[in-house]
Design a protein around this ligand. Structure first.
Ligand SMILES: [Zn+2]
Length: 156
């Protein structure tokens, strides 16, 4: 689904140095997302990360911290947890570890190398599936509901 009304980039100003950083692509998706639980972001002039209270959107002057708070104020504690990195790690581990163990057990009749490779493959596939479930099943739909938009890059 591509929508030409979705902006491709936005810039924010680091208040301390006064310089702007333009974000696009995946970084823009993350920075624009009030449910991303991001606490620090990058200043391209200072070439370093600073807290989101130190940055303001160039077009509105609102700090990224205030913007997050404003757009996520309707989120319930459960919604915050289900979009958090803690839950992401949990769901990844819950899939990756059993997948690794299952592969290790199923390949017991082959040899140890096959078992180890299988376990590694199980970890990778389990982690990937876990991330997909987190993003598509939890993070995206919950963010859409809380923020009221299909894509957080359209938020101001
Ligand atoms: Zn700076």
């Amino acid at each position: 689904m591509t929508d030409s009304s979705i902006p491709e980039s936005r810039s924010y100003r680091h208040r301390q140095c006064g310089n702007e950083t333009v974000v696009g692509g995946q970084s823009f998706e993350t920075v624009s997302n009030p449910m991303s639980s991001m606490e620090r972001t990058f200043c391209s002039s200072c070439n370093a990360m600073f807290g989101i209270t130190e940055f303001e959107w160039s077009d509105t002057g609102e700090t990224i911290a205030d913007y997050y708070a404003r757009h996520s104020k309707n989120a319930t504690p459960a919604q915050r947890f289900l979009t958090s990195k803690t839950f992401l790690v949990l769901i990844v581990l819950l899939l990756a570890i059993p997948a690794a163990i299952a592969a290790f057990v199923l390949l017991a009749n082959v040899n140890l190398l096959a078992q180890l490779l299988g376990a590694f493959g199980g970890l990778v596939v389990g982690a990937f599936v876990g991330m997909m479930i987190f993003v598509e099943g939890f993070a995206k739909p919950i963010t859409r509901k809380v923020c009221g938009v299909a894509d957080t890059r359209t938020l101001k």
